[in-house]
Design a protein around this ligand. Structure first.
Ligand SMILES: Cc1ncc(COP(=O)(O)O)c(C=O)c1O
Length: 394
């Protein structure tokens, strides 16, 4: 079967990798095709001697990638949003009496909306900690802690500012103070090394379709103590079928219904791909492209950059005098450059950086090139130049 190669010329430049990576590595597409070609095999559910047990293989790959055991404490979900919902609602159900929770201004709506819903329902009180210099520090979190604080949910990497939070230091403090810590690693998994043996988070959420190079529809979480979270979904697991209640064993306790086998195969192959290329090398390339992009945009007046030195390959900016969605439209129609515009599902970040109007985001993957960044920054500078000529003419 002929599969498109990431090296083949495309008629556009794709700079929306923080939303979902494109292209997917050929190895990932091959594995998905292979998974769909053969009958499913999964220990405890279904057998097919010729096929690979993708859930077990992917769990083992996750164990190695995040440096933490046991494999069956990695739970598959639809995406990071699904994982965050299971964890947040599961923690509230387990706690079973109102408490105080903390989150941050950097969050994606997949954290903000479940927490605000619980607040509206009177299940929690909520503090939202501000960021400064694009990051949230331990001292900012400490300032918000009250005697009834039981939960902190925060992002590891901001999808708008590309800043990485010091979750190791924060986790150590929260662990010592018996406060449950859920980290949203949607933007960091696959971008930077993450050693969960060394970082005492209680739960770490990842998604498959971003920097782990899987396909949409697969994500998951690692849960250090399965008993800390109540089960909020029940159904078939292929095991213990006589029992009318959810099995207690992991991972079946939190995984119910038929798995997304092609998605799990893509996650498995995505991790293999990263290991083969080398995570540090991927990180270095991301940094090189990002630094180039920032430098080139800084050369032109009339462009407001919101993150001069991001840790992740994400650059957010506005062109003064034009709406961000118009810039995105011009870049796409006139230059065939795909970026992301608007609020990026992180409304509180925008309230702080751009008056809540939103911005343009360029984000890179392993498959972007310096040449693409040269073309894109040239196009952005040209749009800015035309806008300012227009303003002067008016
Ligand atoms: C920081 C952050 N958290 C959560 C999500 C949600 O990820 P998913 O699409 O896997 O639900 C995103 C995706 O945009 C994100 O950037």
């Amino acid at each position: 079967m002929d599969l498109p190669s990431p090296d083949s010329q495309t008629p556009f430049i794709y700079l929306n990798n923080a939303a979902t990576t494109w292209p997917k590595p050929p190895e990932v597409l091959q594995e998905v095709a292979q998974c769909l070609r053969m009958p499913i095999q999964e220990v405890g559910r279904t057998t097919s001697n010729e096929s690979m047990d993708y859930p077990s293989a992917a769990r083992e790959a996750l164990t190695g990638f995040f440096h933490v055991d046991p494999a069956n404490y990695f739970i598959f979900t639809q995406n990071a949003t699904d994982a965050l919902n299971i964890l947040i609602h599961g923690f509230v159900k387990k706690t079973n009496s109102p408490f105080h929770a903390i989150t941050t201004e950097l969050e994606h709506n997949s954290v903000l909306r479940p927490l605000h819903t619980l607040k509206q329902d009177g299940m929690i009180t909520l503090s939202v900690v501000p960021f400064s210099n694009n990051t949230v520090t331990l001292s900012a979190i400490k300032n918000a802690i009250r005697p009834d604080t039981r939960l902190v949910v925060m992002t590891h990497g901001s999808n708008v500012l590309g800043s990485v939070q010091d979750i190791k230091t924060i986790a150590k403090y929260l662990h010592a103070n018996d406060i449950f810590f859920i980290v949203d690693g949607a933007q960091t998994a696959g971008q930077i090394p993450i050693n969960l043996s060394d970082i005492l988070v209680d739960a770490f959420v990842f998604t498959g379709h971003k920097a782990l190079y899987g396909i949409p529809g697969i994500g998951g979480f690692y849960l250090r103590d399965p008993n800390a979270i109540a089960v909020t979904r029940q159904g078939g697991t292929g095991t213990n079928s006589r029992s009318l209640t959810q099995p207690f064993d992991m991972p079946m306790r939190f995984e119910t219904g038929t798995h997304n086998y092609p998605g799990i195969a893509s996650l498995y192959a995505g991790i293999q791909f990263i290991n083969t290329v080398n995570l540090d090398k991927i990180g270095r390339k991301g940094k090189e492209l990002t630094q180039y992009f920032v430098r080139e945009l800084n050369r032109k007046s009339g462009i407001t950059l919101y993150n001069d030195a991001p840790n992740l390959p994400v650059v957010s900016f506005n062109i003064n005098g034009i709406e961000n969605d118009e810039v995105g439209f011009i870049l796409s129609r006139a230059y065939q450059i795909i970026t992301r515009t608007g609020l990026h599902c992180a409304p509180l970040v925008h309230d702080r950086i751009d008056g809540g109007k939103g911005c343009i985001r360029a984000s890179f993957s392993w498959f972007n090139t310096l040449d693409e960044c040269r073309i894109a920054t040239g196009a952005i500078r040209e749009v800015a130049e035309n806008a300012h000529r227009q303003v002067r003419a008016d």
